[in-house]
Design a protein around this ligand. Structure first.
Ligand SMILES: [Mn+2]
Length: 505
């Protein structure tokens, strides 16, 4: 055990030293070259990971660029297009790329934000508008042909009807996975090559970091716009004070720090961070202090035997070089998501397009959001039910569906070996959110939700550690039982597998 600890310490000290060197490199290009070297020759085809796709992406890119040109021509041939975009950061970013391009081209576009697009919405739109651009929506409806002239820029898995539309542009057409490698903003960028910074803000909003595929292509080919470096990936490097930055990191539970302001304060004090520095953001600190924090965090994680977190809390971070409201692409996306969540499409687009906006009303909005989340968390703490495999937070009628996922995520650290499942009412369906941690890695939450939701006549999806679904109201009990059954199966298989490998030893 002792020698293993030394090995780990050696490995991570080297890693952190490398980071320090990188941070000290004054020449920006040098950083670029480092990351190019790591990526080998894959720069051109935009493939950071997933080597198997590498060769073909170059040919795919040719087709993508050609089709992007066609969609561009179609949209620019419209006189008064009606743009519809989804209500999250990706939808707002992609919609803003399209809107801004059309304004610059002297058109008179109208634009509106939608929470979802049902077939009756399409019919209504078709009655009032002949020229329509649908962004980050529209790949699943069956009646797009009711609209006289329509372009669809999206990354959701499309149905056959959508694929047949002339102005349809979607990464799945090229065999590219739209859940991880390209967002709607990515696709909108390929169409218009305008407002480049928004392409990856949208992708970050859809949790597509670390960037690969088409996102990587944009990153590697726009070094004047984006900066990549290796650093702490915890959320809030730019907008949170140091204490909040570590206290509110619920993604990776750190002994003595997560959820513990006093713990964080004494940790920071012990490593030589002054009280006034604690009030600053991580990004605002002097380089040597940041390096100190990184080194001490690594030590802490080694001593608390959470070494598996080290590779997760350090990674690529992406910033925008221009003067924008948030430099970090994830934090920029958070601003847009907040606007979307509170139905402030116009404000979201203003922020996306870097127009002057009312900073005060944004602060008010963010505070209102924080207050809602805090109230949701307090409520959840009192009513959660622990069923053994799952912790269920039934927020129906009490927690808004737009924050149920955040509430589950914020509390998940309390039950590191369980899955947290949240419920909230959303119009005439029930919204499900699920969060889980590393101990549950055998379960892919996105996949689980997608399968079980379908079984009960709903739909769902997501990522390994987080996912969501929408199911019919009367199917909640059936859904929960099916999830528990599935979790039990996987856990039993895993335990069996471990027992077998122990026997072999
Ligand atoms: Mn999207």
């Amino acid at each position: 055990m002792g020698s293993q600890l030394n090995k780990l310490l050696y490995k991570f000290t080297k890693m952190v030293k490398h980071m320090d060197m990188e941070a000290h490199a004054t020449h920006l290009d040098q950083r670029g070259q480092n990351s190019d070297r790591d990526k080998g020759q894959e720069k051109e085809n935009g493939q950071g990971k997933g080597q198997e796709e590498a060769g073909s992406l170059r040919t795919k890119l040719e087709r993508i660029k050609r089709d992007a040109q066609k969609v561009r021509e179609l949209i620019l041939s419209m006189d008064e297009p009606f743009i519809i975009h989804h209500y999250d950061a990706d939808g707002i970013s992609a919609g803003s790329i399209v809107y801004d391009t059309l304004i610059k081209a002297g058109k008179k576009p109208k634009i509106e934000m939608y929470e979802g697009l049902a077939e009756e919405d399409v019919s209504n739109i078709a009655r009032e508008h002949e020229e329509v651009v649908i962004v980050d929506l529209g790949s699943h409806v069956e009646n797009l042909d009711e609209i006289k002239s329509v372009a669809i820029i999206d990354h959701h898995q499309p149905n056959e009807h959508a694929k047949k539309q002339e102005g349809f542009f979607n990464p799945w057409q090229y065999g590219i996975d739209g859940t991880v490698s390209a967002s709607s903003s990515t696709m909108a960028w390929f169409v218009f090559r305008n407002r480049t910074y928004l392409s990856l803000v949208g992708a970050a909003g859809d949790v597509q970091t670390p960037f690969e595929g088409l996102n990587r292509y944009i990153l590697e080919n726009n070094k004047d716009i984006f900066d990549v470096r290796f650093d702490l990936t915890l959320y809030g490097r730019e907008s949170r004070d140091l204490i909040t930055f570590f206290t509110n990191n619920y993604e990776y539970y750190m002994e003595g720090l997560t959820g513990n302001r006093n713990g964080v304060r004494s940790f920071l004090r012990a490593i030589g961070i002054s009280d006034s520095e604690m009030r600053k953001s991580y990004e605002a600190l002097a380089e040597e202090k940041k390096a100190k924090i990184r080194r001490e965090l690594v030590k802490l994680l080694i001593y608390t035997e959470k070494t598996e977190y080290i590779e997760n809390i350090f990674g690529e971070v992406y910033t925008i070089k221009a003067d924008v409201p948030r430099k970090d692409v994830r934090e920029y996306a958070t601003l847009l998501n907040a606007c979307g969540r509170y139905k402030l499409g116009r404000m979201g687009r203003s922020i996306a397009l870097n127009e002057p906006f009312d900073e005060k009303s944004l602060t008010r909005l963010l505070n209102r959001h924080k207050k809602n989340v805090r109230a949701g968390i307090e409520f959840a703490k009192n009513i959660f039910k622990d069923t053994g495999q799952l912790v269920i937070i039934d927020g129906r009628g009490n927690i808004d569906y737009s924050i149920i996922g955040i509430v589950c995520g914020a509390l998940q650290y309390k039950w590191p070996s369980k899955l947290v499942l949240g419920l909230a009412n959303k119009n005439d369906v029930v919204k499900i959110s699920m969060r889980g941690s590393f101990e549950r890695q055998a379960i892919n939450i996105g996949q689980l939700l997608s399968e079980v939701a379908e079984e009960v006549g709903g739909s769902g999806g997501g990522h390994i550690k987080a996912g969501g679904a929408e199911i019919p109201k009367h199917k909640v009990q059936e859904f929960i039982e099916a999830v528990e059954r599935r979790v039990r199966e996987v856990t039993e298989e895993k335990t069996k597998g471990e027992a077998e490998s122990n026997n072999r030893r």
